[in-house]
Write a new protein. Sequence first.
Length: 167
Amino acid sequence: MRVRPSLSPLCRILALAAAAALASGCTKLRSHQGYIIDADLVNSVQPGVDTRDSVAKVLGQPSFRSQFGEQNWYYLSRDSRNYAYTRPRATDQLTLEISFDRTGTVSAVRRSGVEQIAAVDALAKTTPTLGRTRGFFQDLFGNIGTVGAAGTGTPDNTNTGRQRTQP
């Protein structure tokens, strides 16, 4: 008869705890930022009918207002998802823009979604520029022969095409 070695109960519990900890890192995390949208309330705002006061009573204060004057109010709502230790990515976004005329009456209600999100990499090591791309040697040796060359300007302005007059 053959005897099988068995794991102690403590080892089994530790193995299950380690497996649970590893599996929990694969769980999707959900987050919501900004305004909580109620579709019925948003649809009740009518251009030409509502005013700033009625919009504030129905929708509350906006997420932010236009920088110059109070011509536009913006309500932002974003839902994001990510796995543990990764950057959140927007799965849904609603930007509600309410424009007012000079009298304070709603002139337009516009909605936009996740297609308006621009990805900006703040940690990029290069800055994109227009024009040509120069390499290391072009930067290093590119000015050889151009210092003091005709048409580049000198301190006494002798190449401007004008006669210099003495006072």
